[in-house]
Each structure stands twice: as C-alpha cells, then as structure tokens.
Design a protein around this ligand. Structure first.
Ligand code: TIU
Length: 243
C-alpha cells in the first residue's frame, strides 16, 4: 500500500514528500564527467572522487524505480555544430581539449558521442526521461519544468555531478520555480572536497535557503515504507558490490 507522504531526517530539519509527486533527478552522470578521457579530466580534474557517487546512486535508483516513482536523467552537452554553445562557455579556462574536440571517447560534450552518454551503471530504462541541456542548470533551455508540471511533481530528490556546478545551479533554479529539493549528500560529487562540503552546507544553511540535505540511507529508509523488499534488495546489492 503506497504511503501518501513520507518523512525523513535531513538538514536543516525533516523533509516530507509524496512519492507520487516526487522525481529522482540524476544530473549529468555522463562518461565525460566521471570517466577518464572526458571533459572533466580535460579541465585538469581527477575523476576518482566523482566515481564514488556511482554505487550509492545505483542503490537509490533501484529503490526509486521499485517504488514506482518518476526518474529523470540529464546530460550536459551541445549539438555537433556548437551553435548552442556560447563563446563564453567554449573559451572558458585552459582545458587540454575544448568542447567539440575529438577525445578518446568521441567529441567532448557533443550529443550522440559515447563520452556524452550516461555511464552504464546508471543507464536510463526505456520510458525514463533524459533531458539534454546546454547549460549548467537543468531548467535552462530545456523542457524540464513543463514535464514536471504535467506530471504533477512538486519535490525533487537531487543527485549527480558536480555538486557546486550543475547540481547547485539546478537546485537554485528548482527552488525559484517552487520545487522542494532534497539533495542526497553521498549521491552528489565534486572534484574538490572543500567545494563538496561547502556546497552542501550552502543548500541547508539559513533554514534551508535552497533545500534539504540528507544521506541516501535516510531516503532509502523512508522508501522502505513503500516497498521494503525492493529497498532491502538494493541495499544487499550495494553490500555485495563493496566486498
Ligand atoms: N566542471 C564542473 O565541475 N562541472 C561541469 O562542467 N558540469 C557539471 O557540473 N555537470
């Protein structure tokens, strides 16, 4: 019997959500950010820290699917002629490879390329929405808000990478559009430990200025009221992976 409303402990206080009106958002879990030879590494980053997000996020994804909730994936990237990539973004920094250059996983951050797609461990299922976004925010120049409105979604469980860039931008955009956001601390990742810590603190500060933060275990525990068997199975999969 699905619970109408679930509550879990979070920072700065309890987070309540209706599973039927809540979507899990997986932001930019693309090879270009979390695997070697992609955009993230071209910017001088070590992708190792981001990869730590994958196992807990697999558990969250499995439990969310089993609960029958909406799942939405996003991908940051551009069309092949780069007409949707402003020079201000293309020329930023001093990367070894720029957006559109050919790397070991195809052209960097270009739609349709192998590196642009989501990692196998978190591959979308048929029927799950995949939002292609040209910017850092998941709402900018996308159909996300309209889709959420049509589906009656009022709350978002936010995961993905990177914490201080695309996750933060998306949470701020979502907050301004009226969505209640719970960010799962171990399911968002940064190349910089200090930004991970500060990024999460900034969301929950000032009484939850942008949203709530909790570990994924608290979310999984709350979901067990909807589907205990599925959450148990997800948790034991996670344990067997880590041994
Ligand atoms: N560089 C960095 O930290 N992030 C991005 O460029 N995009 C996302 O966060 N997805």
């Amino acid at each position: 019997m699905p619970a109408d409303r679930l509550t879990l402990p979070a920072d700065p206080g309890p987070f309540s959500f209706e599973p039927a009106r809540t979507a899990l958002l997986l932001i930019d879990m693309q090879r270009d950010f979390v695997e070697r030879g992609g955009f993230g590494e071209s910017l001088g980053n070590d992708v190792g820290l981001l990869r730590e997000v994958i196992p807990p996020l697999q558990e969250v994804l499995a439990a969310t699917r089993a609960a029958g909730m909406t799942v939405i994936h996003t991908r940051e990237g551009h069309c092949s002629d780069l007409t949707d990539c402003p020079p201000a973004k293309l020329n930023r920094g001093n990367p070894t490879m720029r957006i559109g250059d050919l790397g070991p996983k195809g052209r960097i951050l270009i739609r349709g390329e192998y590196g642009h797609d989501i990692v196998d461990e978190l591959a979308p299922l048929p029927g799950e929405v995949v939002i292609d976004k040209p910017g850092k925010g998941s709402f900018y120049a996308t159909e996300l808000h309209e889709l959420l409105q049509i589906a009656g979604i009022t709350s978002l469980i936010v995961t993905g990478v990177t914490t201080e860039v695309c996750v933060h931008t998306s949470v701020r955009e979502a907050n301004d559009r009226g969505y209640e956001c719970l960010v799962l601390a171990d399911c968002v990742g940064s190349y910089f430990p200090e930004f991970q810590e500060a990024g999460l603190a900034m969301i929950a500060a000032q009484g939850g200025i942008f949203g709530w933060v909790s570990p994924s275990a608290a979310y999984l525990e709350a979901l067990s009221a909807v589907n205990p068997a599925a959450v148990g199975a997800a948790t034991s999969r996670g344990r067997s992976r880590s041994t």
